[in-house]
Design a protein around this ligand. Structure first.
Ligand code: SF4
Length: 266
């Protein structure tokens, strides 16, 4: 089958802005965030449920960090997104570009075209934040990714059951030798046995992969997802026990909450 080369690549966005990364291995670094619309998961603790459905419009920051947003219509062409990212990329400010969402890998066809161009235009490393459940789409973009923050969704916390997809995804990350860390949201409902099963899988793939246990940030009343159970933070004792349990199997297990929320950042 011949590929249709007349189709102009475009994507549905939520926003582009310059901000401080609040999670995982890149915590505290300055990034250009490209937040993509759409997610096919429905985590009970989701603080980005507004991304689940693509809006008609997206918000594009004009000057890095000034929150002087312009409004544009979705979908947006690759060339426009490239221009907006280049406009954000003032000298010495950013450490990397964050692909976030939503689920960025739902836009894998677009990313395959976009990433080589944005890398060439900015010289910035590309960091992918993902739900870690779409290995086929990961394979399409892996050559253009410098680091990956992969969520491992615990069924007892998120309501999602994605163990086999996560296992395949992690294998691919490890085989490609792209820098990868795993983030696991923990709550008062975390099932210790499930967490241990995840630690065993991680140990089998590569016990050196850093793991971040992230105590859930409870959703405010207005952000609470309809029909989802209320998700509360784990107790201090639970966190200590789970970190200790996982450290018997994997080398690096850090406990870090969402720091951008503490700093009142986007
Ligand atoms: S994967 Fe992320 S955006 Fe999607 S539902 Fe879960 S927390 Fe929300």
């Amino acid at each position: 089958m011949t590929e249709n080369t007349n189709v102009t690549p475009n994507a549905r966005l939520i926003e582009i802005f310059s901000g401080i990364q609040g999670e995982g291995l890149n915590v505290g670094t300055r990034q250009i965030f490209i937040r993509f619309a759409l997610c096919d998961l429905r985590c009970h603790f989701c603080d980005s449920s507004s991304t689940w459905i693509a809006p008609n419009e997206c918000k594009i920051e004009r000057s890095p960090g000034l929150r002087d947003f312009e409004i544009h219509s979705n979908p947006v062409s690759l060339s426009m997104i490239l221009e907006w990212v280049k406009r954000q990329n003032i000298p010495c400010l950013h450490d990397s570009i964050s692909l976030t969402g939503g689920e960025p890998l739902l836009h894998a066809s677009f990313l395959k075209e976009f990433l080589p161009q944005v890398r060439a235009a900015t010289g910035l490393p590309i960091y992918l934040e993902t739900g870690g459940h779409r290995p086929e789409q990961l394979m399409m973009v892996l050559p253009y990714i410098d680091s990956i923050g992969m969520d491992f969704k615990l069924n007892s916390v998120s309501g999602e059951k994605r163990f086999s997809e996560h296992a395949r995804f992690l294998q691919l990350c490890n085989e490609s030798q792209v820098e990868t860390f795993v983030k696991i949201i923990i709550s008062d409902r975390t099932d210790s046995m499930e967490l241990e099963r995840v630690a065993e899988l991680l140990a089998n793939v590569n016990p050196q992969i850093p793991v971040f246990l992230q105590p859930v940030t409870p959703l405010g009343e207005s952000a609470q997802i309809v029909d989802a159970p209320i998700v509360l933070a784990p107790s201090p004792d639970q966190v200590l026990i789970w970190q200790g349990m996982m450290k018997r199997l994997v080398k690096q297990v850090r406990v870090v909450p969402q720091t951008h929320k503490m700093l009142n950042q986007l």
